[in-house]
Ligand binder design. Structure first.
Ligand code: ANZ
Ligand code: ZN
Length: 809
């Protein structure tokens, strides 16, 4: 019986299919595990990153199934989005047929890898049924004030001709195509993620040790909570006249440094700056520069060299009454705090750099021996009036207290996170279910008329919004007044779809037609026990999904506060040191591996080559190695006695046999922690290999049987086809349950003892733990004959289970 991967893989996939092996049970009295790997975008083919992601998830899901859990392990497709439209432009195919053909192909690929996904709960987010409920959520959120529309500066990608969320701009470039992002004022819909900023931050604490630290830190920084003081600097009389404003509001986290303020810096979009421009108080060169800065993203402004201009106006310091110059500066964000900064060069990096460049004052107000800027939050205040001599943290509190008491300012909390802009000017997305009526303004669609579906007859040219350009699609009747109105022609950001698919999966599929989310299922299946996916989603998807969970909870759809209990971020798959990607031409196609070696080899290799969270370097030799291991397992199984397990008595085993059995049980013991805690599959596989080696030449049938029974069980989640096949042949498949480790196997029945002569260690020997003291001393002497020959032994000392010491003359 040679190992024929193709035949057995096909056989078992059919059996699993026929018996609905991997469908979740609707028996809610069982203990459950919801294991989810991030669903793929249907780009065309499965790549090695997918294979890795799904091999990890599948191993975990199969393990829990094996130990008796009711397991939900679904898969679907994140199927709206730009690439479908780009394909339409390039290959003249309809985005819909391109998408669904890809889905069909990728489904086949996924199932050929033997992943234990539920087949009844497969979905694609571009399905009209999915759109229907998504639009329902949109309307409910809109009615609750969690979605609103406004005209605002947005990130615009010229290449993709669409708006991007802040989270989708990376270093001033489009996360998708890498094109420069520009600022553009446009109307759009916004999701009020800021309403949950506090909760999103607070609950990160509960995810500690369950999510990777790196992800938690990234989310914490992105949410960016700061506590500080907000207060006014009054403009002097002449400056009020010029700027038509009476004061500048600033936000500071360092109220303790207030005596060190030497200038005020305004953002380029600040009202005062705008007023000075329209009243012609600024030089045209300066105006030009300001406009240039306005065209940059906030991020670019911050990363460029510090740049600014004196505005020729002044404010009065509220405590010292000094006259302080006001500047406009590129590093001041217009949408953070009040868009103005009280600059303290002596104690802030940016303020220092700017002051140095433009020769502005630098006043030290915290005692320190180091060079400026001194940015630590410790030390006593100096040159700070009544607050001099006080520790800065305490002084900060006192100053805030004073400002609040005298009505000059107030304690404020600011968040960096911004509301999520979800309008996209593209075709292949879920239409935003809103109507624009000239009489009634913006009106939601009636829920009973959902879904609002996309027209099929569109021309996709890459220029302009295809729904806007469609001759008739947008025309409709206003649900409020019945007059002619227009549909919103923007579609939703695809991250909207991926923000709730996990909840949809958890819903019993027999309820899918009627409702978005089935309450009983939500209670039972949510939240996801183990989520597995790429680190690239650390902020974007994982933050949106957490928001959605909370919003849906508050709309009464589900109960849990957090969607994902535990998160594993898998490392990238590399080849020749670089991420596998089409553009680098270093991809290995999973299909080729399956064809050549079989799915089990692909799975084994990918789980053996590196711990899941680490990068994995592709290695053809290791791939061959994985294949050879499976062949060897297969080979050895030939000699194993079939049928019922024979009785195996520990005391009847010889030394080699005991050792082999110990190795098998060590692997078994390890399997539990690997599958449920560490996910260090590589070490578990190594243990199985070791056990198989130790079994080497053992001729004990009972031992071999037991060893195979256990090893096949341990490896089934990793190489399921092979293990199912061999288990069936050897034991009949129904036996396929994991054994508990037996303690007796771990009890060692020999001792290792050292022998010293006059305190100097001379030898070591192994002896049965049941040996008597006389036997031990006798053996000890035999081991050190060389040193005690012809000598008188005056003392024999035995330290129990440790050593023998012989004292000679
Ligand atoms: C004076 C000061 C002195 C500051 C000092 C810092 C250190 P985080 O922690 O990120 O919230 N700031 C306020 N509004 C700003 C804006 N719109 N654009 C850029 N910077 C702004 O940062 C808060 C600090 O960033 C504030 O505290 C303010 O500078 C600056 F030794 O005030 B600070
Ligand atoms: Zn109307």
């Amino acid at each position: 019986m040679a190992y024929e991967a193709k035949i057995i893989e096909k056989k078992w996939q059919e059996i699993w299919d026929k018996n609905n092996y991997f469908e979740p049970k609707n028996d809610f009295s069982l203990s459950k595990k919801y294991i989810l790997s991030m669903f793929p975008y249907p780009s065309g083919r499965i790549h090695m990153g997918h294979v890795r992601n799904y091999s990890i998830g599948d191993a975990i899901a199969r393990y829990y199934r094996k130990i008796g859990y009711n397991v939900l392990h679904p898969i679907g497709f994140d199927s709206f989005g730009m690439p479908a439209e780009n394909a339409a432009i390039k290959h003249k195919v309809h985005p819909k047929s391109w998408t669904y053909e890809n889905i069909d192909y990728m489904k086949k690929e996924l199932f050929s890898l033997g992943f234990s996904f539920s087949k009844k709960r497969i979905l694609a987010t571009s399905d009209p049924l999915y759109t229907k409920f998504e639009q329902e959520f949109f309307i409910k959120m809109y009615e609750k004030g969690l979605i609103y529309t406004k005209e605002a500066n947005v990130n615009w990608c010229e290449q993709d001709q669409t708006v991007l969320a802040n989270e989708q701009v990376e270093d001033g470039k489009c996360w998708r195509c890498g094109h420069e992002v520009v600022q553009k004022k446009m109307p759009g819909y916004y999701v009020k993620i800021t309403a949950y900023a506090e909760e999103l931050l607070r609950e990160l604490k509960q995810l500690k040790d369950k999510w990777p630290n790196q992800v938690l830190t990234m989310q914490e920084n992105w949410i960016g909570k700061s506590e500080g003081l907000e207060f006014k600097f009054i403009l002097d009389e002449k400056s009020q006249e010029k700027s038509q404003e009476s004061y500048v509001d600033v936000f500071t986290t360092r109220a303790d440094t207030i005596y060190g303020v030497s200038y005020i810096a305004l953002s380029v979009d600040h009202q005062i700056v705008q007023n000075l421009i329209s009243n012609s108080y600024l030089d045209h060169i300066v105006i030009e520069k300001i406009k240039q800065i306005q065209n940059q993203t906030q991020r670019e402004r911050q990363s460029s060299e510090k740049e600014g201009y004196f505005l020729d106006i002044y404010v009065i310091h509220p405590l010292t009454k000094e006259k302080i110059p006001v500047w406009v500066a590129n590093f001041v964000l217009s949408d953070y705090g009040s868009g103005a900064v009280m600059a303290v060069p002596a104690h802030d990096e940016r303020d220092f750099e700017f002051a140095n460049k433009y020769g502005l004052g630098i006043k030290k107000v915290i005692e320190c021996d180091t060079e400026l800027p001194y940015v630590q939050k410790s030390g006593k205040l100096i040159q700070s009036g009544e607050f001099s001599g006080i520790e800065c943290n305490e002084a900060k509190e006192k100053i805030i207290f004073k400002f609040e008491k005298e009505g000059l300012g107030k304690r404020t909390i600011n968040f960096k996170i911004r509301d999520w802009g979800v309008s996209r000017q593209r075709y292949w997305g879920a239409p935003i279910p809103m109507i624009k009526c000239t009489k009634c303004g913006v009106v939601p669609q009636k829920v009973e008329n959902l879904p609002v579906v996309l027209p099929e007859d569109v021309e996709i040219t890459g220029e302009g919004n295809p729904l806007e350009n469609h001759p008739s699609w947008k025309e409709c009747i206003c649900p409020k007044c019945g007059l002619k109105a227009f549909k919103e022609t923007d579609t939703l950001d695809t991250f909207f779809e991926s923000s709730w698919y996990f909840a949809r999966f958890a819903s019993d599929e027999t309820t899918w037609q009627e409702k978005a989310l089935d309450e009983k299922s939500m209670k039972y299946w949510m939240n996801v026990d183990q989520y597995i996916g790429g680190i690239e989603h650390a902020i974007l998807h994982l933050l949106y999904a957490r928001f959605f969970q909370k919003a849906l909870r508050d709309l009464g759809y589900l109960n849990d506060n957090e969607p994902f209990d535990r998160l594993l971020t898998q490392g990238m798959v590399l080849k020749d040191g670089a991420k596998m990607s089409k553009s680098k031409g270093n991809v290995v196609d999973p299909d080729d591996i399956i064809k050549k070696y079989g799915a089990d080899t692909a799975r084994l290799f990918i789980l053996f080559a590196a711990p899941p969270a680490k990068e994995l370097e592709w290695n053809n030799d290791a791939l061959e190695g994985a294949y050879r291991f499976i062949c060897r397992l297969y080979d050895k199984a030939q000699n194993v006695r079939k049928g019922e397990l024979l009785e195996l008595k520990q005391e009847n085993l010889n030394k080699e046999e005991k050792y082999a059995r110990l190795k098998v049980y060590e692997a078994l013991k390890k399997s539990e922690e690997v599958y449920t805690q560490t996910f260090a599959f590589n070490t578990l596989i190594a243990s199985c290999m070791e056990a198989l080696n130790a079994l080497g030449s053992c001729k004990n049938q009972a031992l071999e049987q037991e060893a195979f029974y256990i090893i096949l069980n341990i490896l089934e989640p990793i190489i399921p086809h092979v293990c199912f096949e061999l288990s069936e042949r050897l034991f009949g498949c129904e036996n396929f349950k994991i054994l508990r480790p037996k303690d007796e196997v771990f009890i060692k029945d020999t001792l290792n003892l050292a022998v010293s002569v006059n305190g100097k260690k001379r030898a070591e020997f192994e002896i049965s733990s049941s040996a008597t003291k006389d036997e031990i001393l006798k053996t000890a002497k035999e081991n050190v004959l060389k040193w005690i020959q012809d000598k008188d032994i005056i003392k024999e000392i035995y330290v129990e289970k440790k050593l023998v010491n012989l004292v000679i003359k």
